[in-house]
Design a protein around this ligand. Structure first.
Ligand SMILES: Cc1ncc(COP(=O)(O)O)c(C=O)c1O
Length: 369
């Protein structure tokens, strides 16, 4: 294969570009009709009451914590394995992220370890639907109910994923989605925050726009807010792509089946999909046997024109958290550390062909044999 296969590539069609150009020519670049249309496509798809389109998926998590008034002195439970945004936002509101190890088969939070992490300071859980696979959200909702905790679902990678036929992002107080280019639908940068609660929704829409309200016909500012607005041309880019989300998920499932069938499992642990969910395959993530040098494998695959990388971080193992808390990650979060040190994300997206997937499996099997 003489052409490089990138790890990810967004699928932007001419019709998407035409709609963006239309918005650019209109002169209405921020908070125009496509922001509202984007929010409606999300509420329709997810059968949710409210959606707020924001500047990125980190902003959605941040505002969810702000709206729930989570602050210094509070603790928030997060999985130890995710993208850093999940835990960074907790630090940024002054609260403490309390890490819980993951289940190494699903890469999602280990629900059997959550209750031991709850203290009198715990206010919320942020479960992640990692790599597009729903976590055991009903079990998490029962724990949250028992201990009176809020749930913010980090569904950054999981648009379209369902748990027992109900869309993820609609179980907790909030559901947070990212529109970054490595996600199924992208606006470049962007995010959507879902809630079924009217007063939370009002608060989010104020916080994203510096607390701006019209009072007695005059603009006033009723909250200390942010500028977390998305532009209208980014929103148009998303609106134009939404009609092919389902097809994209189906295609990625076909690609995943080829990986599942063709990859030699002697030195690779393949992803597992529990009965209660279907996978949306934002990432096809395997664990490479620790006897193999994963980083050398990444280099060898790149030399064979295959773009791969590790999948996500063991967050407490990263410098920012190490310096502050100095956790013994090997002891406390062995699965998150294993997934971080030996995980490998393989290409899976609309623009990669089945022939390319077969080339990847043959090449990987050969290197590992
Ligand atoms: C699990 C998870 N949470 C949050 C985010 C943050 O989203 P964004 O990059 O849009 O800020 C990401 C982004 O990759 C993610 O993977």
């Amino acid at each position: 294969m003489d052409k490089f296969i990138p790890l990810a590539k967004p699928n932007i069609l001419d019709k998407d570009i035409a709609l963006v150009v239309e918005v650019l020519k209109s002169g209405m670049l921020v908070q125009g009709k496509y922001v509202s249309e984007l929010e409606k496509t999300f509420t329709d798809l997810l059968s949710a009451k409210h959606a707020s389109a924001l500047s990125n998926g980190t902003a959605t998590l941040h505002l969810a914590l702000k709206a729930l008034d989570i602050k210094a002195g509070d603790e928030v439970i997060v999985p130890a394995f995710s993208y850093m945004a999940t835990a960074n936002v907790v630090e940024l509101v002054g609260a403490k992220p309390v890490f819980v190890d993951i289940d190494i088969k699903t890469f999602n939070i280990d629900i059997t370890k959550i209750e031991a992490a709850i203290t009198s300071k715990t206010k919320a859980i942020i479960p992640v639907h990692e790599f597009g696979l729903a976590c055991d959200i009903e079990a998490i909702m029962s724990i949250a109910k028992k201990h009176k905790l809020f749930v913010i679902e980090d569904a950054a990678c999981a648009l379209g994923a369902k748990y027992n036929n109900k869309h993820v992002g609609t179980f907790g107080e909030f559901g947070s989605f990212s529109l970054h280019p490595r996600k199924a639908i992208s606006s470049g940068e962007g995010g959507v925050l879902i809630t079924n609660n009217n007063s939370y929704d009002k608060k989010i829409k104020l916080l994203r726009n510096h607390g701006t309200e019209i009072i007695d016909g005059k603009m006033d500012f009723t909250e200390f807010g942010f500028n977390y607005r998305i532009t209208d041309f980014q929103a148009a880019l998303v609106v134009s792509q939404m009609d092919r989300l389902q097809k994209s998920i189906e295609y990625k499932n076909e690609l995943a089946l080829i990986y599942n069938k063709e990859l030699d499992q002697k030195k690779l642990q393949l992803p597992f999909t529990p009965f209660y969910t279907s996978h949306t395959w934002q990432t096809y993530h395997v664990i490479v046997d620790p006897s193999v040098n994963r980083d050398e494998l990444i280099i060898k695959l790149k030399e064979s024109n295959i773009g791969v990388n590790y999948g996500a971080q063991c967050m407490p193992f990263m410098q920012s958290f190490k310096q502050k808390y100095n956790y013994d990650c090997e002891k406390l979060f062995p699965n998150a550390l294993l997934a971080y040190k030996h995980g490998l994300a393989l290409p899976i997206y609309d623009l990669v062909t089945k022939e390319q997937i077969k080339y990847i499996t043959t090449t990987l099997n050969k290197i590992l044999s």
